[in-house]
Write a protein that binds this ligand. Structure first.
Ligand SMILES: Cc1cc2nc3c(=O)[nH]c(=O)nc-3n(C[C@H](O)[C@H](O)[C@H](O)COP(=O)(O)OP(=O)(O)OC[C@H]3O[C@@H](n4cnc5c(N)ncnc54)[C@H](O)[C@@H]3O)c2cc1C
Ligand SMILES: NC(=O)c1ccc[n+]([C@@H]2O[C@H](COP(=O)([O-])OP(=O)(O)OC[C@H]3O[C@@H](n4cnc5c(N)ncnc54)[C@H](O)[C@@H]3O)[C@@H](O)[C@H]2O)c1
Length: 482
């Protein structure tokens, strides 16, 4: 067994780990980074980037399908699955290649390959070849898909997101379990690329939404396009004749037994903290075995251990992994001088069509915090008659915006709409700048743009806060269809 000593060990070379490594290095040269899997990060290899590449192909196909509604006719799209997957993989490899190149440039003595496990609060063992004694640690081990054990009945027909991006061709049929972010994005993209998709969920949940009005709208709009049952009843899961077979009960109560080429488990992810030997460190863990950390410093209790990225189970998103890695890395580097870092306004976007976005406090968080005190108001807008959205034939969506009574402080929003990714940024900037609804209405709005829909929602909110007049339907000074 090789023995090493260092100041800081970063476990995991994903987005959070790389950020932590770089930032810890600002304070000490003695930083080691441990990685058990391939370099390249989850985001670039099997996450954000390949999923958006698949969605881009689906959007191309969908725009051809929609063209006749504009009077533009061509033959129906012919989808070549091999070419679709070839582009997804070659572009994905390009993105992941940049990360691998960056890792290659790091000093080779700083990088150790193998699976790290804590022996105690100052020692980790890597596989069966190295023991490292370190003063501080950053856990940046990411997350992995989690699904009920019964799914294993599908045998090798059960897949996770990673497997989709290994395909050389598109399959004929996929049953997707979990209409959360991954299931919705990949499920709708596959459907638009001509794959027979059935998307099954539980309890009516859809995407990350918590606002019942927006959730209901999203449920309806996706179910109009393809088979989505967010409150499904599925049984008899098994593999038969080299196919995944299951029985589901439809909304009319009829039972259907169907076979699929694959079942995609998109039923959520769990932090990779359960096999790290954390019980040997003395740090406090929550009921899921995830270290309890300070969200401003990423420090676990007052220990020498920090955590970042999906492993922290705070907000499993790329920009959060990067920010948390920065904070954890700097604090591990300069420990015991631990300082709070910048935590930005919350923002999340789902790249479905229509897109879904959440900004600031969610409906669930606001109602939990403020209960039924009537101290917040909700403004809303439908995008069905919104001018720019109708022009583009993208007029599907509903937005709800929340603000505090009395102060008019903008708190957050949940919505499904065209170009939600962009609206979400405007709103997140407003949350971070602690803007009030009247201040947001003082900002410029061009015409005709989707942002005019946001303005309508804010005007509605402003009126409900008693800061402005009631909203007028078809208001003339707003511009036609605004
Ligand atoms: C399909 C999909 C689509 C997504 N799309 C988006 C998106 O559009 N936008 C967005 O913001 N986010 C998206 N995400 C989420 C985003 O990818 C993650 O939040 C982010 O990649 C997490 O980074 P990380 O550094 O925490 O983990 P990772 O990048 O997974 O890094 C963790 C690393 O730790 C290593 N490791 C684990 N255990 C050990 C150990 N014991 N010893 C050594 N090494 C270990 C792993 O091998 C891994 O390389 C998506 C995720 C998925 C799955
Ligand atoms: N666009 C993006 O930013 C993006 C894209 C993909 C993933 N991500 C990140 O990855 C995280 C994980 O995504 P995810 O989609 O795996 O998880 P998720 O938590 O978003 O969704 C899981 C879904 O599975 C459902 N579910 C649970 N058990 C089920 C069962 N037995 N049968 C059917 N449905 C079941 C849940 O009700 C939920 O709707 C997200 O929270 C997000 O932070 C982000």
């Amino acid at each position: 067994m090789k023995e090493l000593q260092t100041d800081v060990v970063v476990i995991g070379a994903g987005t959070a780990g790389l950020s932590a490594y770089r930032n810890a290095k600002q304070f000490t040269n003695n930083v080691l980074m441990i990685e058990s899997g391939p370099y390249g990060t989850t985001c670039a290899r099997v996450g954000c980037m390949p999923s958006k590449l698949l969605i881009a192909a689906a959007e191309a196909a969908h725009s051809i399908t929609m063209a006749p509604a504009f009077g533009v006719h061509s033959s129906a799209p012919r989808i070549n699955g091999k070419e679709v997957m070839a582009r997804v993989k070659s572009e994905r490899d390009r993105f992941a290649g940049f990360v691998v190149e960056a890792v290659d440039e790091l000093p080779s003595d700083d990088k150790i390959r193998g699976y790290a496990k804590f022996l105690d609060a100052n020692r980790i063992q890597i596989d069966d070849h190295t023991i490292i004694t370190a003063k501080r640690f950053v856990i940046a081990t990411g997350s992995r898909p989690s699904y009920p054990g019964v799914f294993n009945n599908f045998g090798d027909k059960l897949i996770i997101n990673d497997d989709v991006f290994d395909w050389d061709d598109l399959p004929e049929s996929v049953a997707v379990f979990g209409p959360g972010v991954i299931g919705l994005e990949i499920g709708q993209a596959l459907h638009r690329l001509g794959v027979k998709v059935k998307l099954f969920g539980v309890g009516g949940a859809i995407g990350p939404l918590t606002d019942p009005v927006v959730k209901d709208y999203a449920n309806t709009v996706f179910a109009e396009e393809f088979f989505v049952d967010t409150d499904s009843n599925v049984s008899n899961m098994m593999q038969v004749d080299n196919k995944a077979q299951l029985t589901y009960t439809d909304k009319q109560g009829a039972k259907h037994t169907e076979q699929f080429d694959y079942v995609l488990a998109a039923t959520g992810r769990v932090p990779n903290t359960d096999k790290l030997g954390l019980e040997n460190t003395g740090i406090e863990l929550d009921e899921r075995g995830v270290p309890i950390a300070n969200a401003k410093t990423m420090q676990c209790g007052d220990s020498n251990i920090f955590i970042a990225g999906d492993a922290s189970n705070m907000l499993p998103l790329l920009h959060e992994a990067s920010d948390q890695g920065l904070i954890a890395g700097q604090n591990a580097g300069r420990f015991p001088d631990v300082q709070p870092g910048l935590r930005r306004a919350k923002i999340a976007a789902v790249f479905s069509d229509p897109q879904i976005a959440m900004v600031g406090e969610s409906y669930k968080e606001i109602t939990t915090r403020l209960g039924s005190c009537d101290c917040f108001e909700i403004g809303e807008v439908s995008f069905e008659n919104q001018g720019r959205s109708r022009v583009m034939l993208k007029n599907k969506g509903h937005m709800r915006v929340y603000a505090e009574q009395g102060t008019g402080l903008f708190l957050g929003a949940e919505f499904i709409s065209p170009q939600a990714e962009h609206l979400a940024h405007l709103l997140a900037w407003a949350v971070q700048n602690k803007m009030t609804v009247p201040q947001m209405l003082e900002m410029p709005y061009y015409h005709p743009v989707i942002e005019e829909g946001l303005r309508t929602a804010l005007r509605d909110l402003n009126a409900k806060l008693k800061f402005g007049p009631d909203i007028i339907n078809h208001c003339m000074e707003c511009g036609p269809g605004a």
